[in-house]
Design a protein around this ligand. Structure first.
Ligand SMILES: Nc1ncnc2c1ncn2[C@@H]1O[C@H](COP(=O)(O)OP(=O)(O)OP(=O)(O)O)[C@@H](O)[C@H]1O
Length: 260
């Protein structure tokens, strides 16, 4: 479990600019195997929060506990997937996935693990290809495999499908849902896309504009497994309206006036 208590993060003043308070007084608990999605306006501190959980940055005040221990630096129990797949172009898909495994774990073990993930990700025919020969969605699958191969307890995902076209994005959402049912790791996922948030999440954390704080937490009780057409249900639309009314209160008001 991750417990974030009264966390704030200020970036120091730079080149004559005032300091930036990116996050203000964030308190949040993330349960084991929960799928938590953070949505919020641009610049509200979503990536800053993820970087704190990754251990890339330190809170200015407050505390983050991971299974009761203070979280201060990166660790193998936290896998990270960014918007760009950030793969090594001179290594094959196989080698990119194998990167996280240590040599001392033995060749046989390594080979089996990589093959397991190649299969799970539907990449078995591309093992020896360099990543730039793969589509964007496939490259992200390699990045997810690379993060998962060390069996992290939590997967931190920063807009992982943000750079993909709509069709591939939808496929990757379904893929991630299936994978998550299977691996049952905790997922902490950042997105701009409200529909993506509702489709994936057990709980949506809606943030305010900068300085980012938590506007509301919304539990998503839609049944699982979920397919894309759940977005057509009344329950889904009600959730969408709820999230949008927090993110863009003016817009929801206009829609109401228009449909009246
Ligand atoms: N290293 C830094 N130094 C100074 N300011 C920073 C730094 N990193 C982020 N910021 C500022 O902190 C605020 C929060 O940034 P952050 O990237 O966390 O927001 P975000 O919600 O992820 O944004 P987006 O949705 O656009 O990706 C922004 O105003 C940003 O300019």
């Amino acid at each position: 479990m991750i417990t974030i208590t009264n966390v704030s993060r200020e970036y120091a003043a730079r080149r004559g600019k005032a300091p930036v308070l990116a996050l203000q007084d964030i308190s949040l608990q993330i349960q084991d195997q929960e799928f938590v999605v953070v949505v919020g306006p641009s610049g509200c501190g979503k990536t800053t929060l993820l970087n704190l959980l990754a251990g890339f940055e330190q809170a200015t005040s407050g505390q983050i506990l991971f299974d009761g221990k203070e979280l201060k630096r990166p660790g193998a129990e936290r896998g990270i997937v960014f918007q760009q797949a950030t793969l090594y172009p001179w290594l094959s898909v196989y080698e990119n996935i194998a990167l996280g495994l240590k040599l001392k774990q033995g060749r046989q073990f390594k080979r089996e693990r990589v093959h397991y993930f190649l299969e799970t990700m539907g990449l078995q025919d591309f093992a020896q290809h360099p990543p730039y020969q793969l589509s964007g969605g496939m490259q992200q699958r390699v990045a997810i495999a690379r993060a998962l191969i060390v069996e992290p307890k939590i997967l931190l995902m920063d807009e992982p499908f943000g750079a993909l076209d709509a069709q591939t994005r939808s496929e990757m959402q379904q893929f991630l849902l299936g994978l998550w049912e299977h691996i049952k790791a905790t997922v902490f996922f950042i997105t701009h896309d409200v529909e993506e948030a509702i489709l994936l999440a057990d709980r949506i954390v809606v943030m305010t504009a900068r300085p980012g704080s938590i506007a509301q937490e919304i539990t998503v009780t839609l049944p699982r497994p979920r397919a894309w057409d759940i977005a057509l249900t009344e329950e889904f639309l009600a959730l969408k309206r709820e999230v949008l009314s927090i993110l863009r209160p003016g817009l929801t008001h206009l829609q109401t006036v228009h449909s009246a």
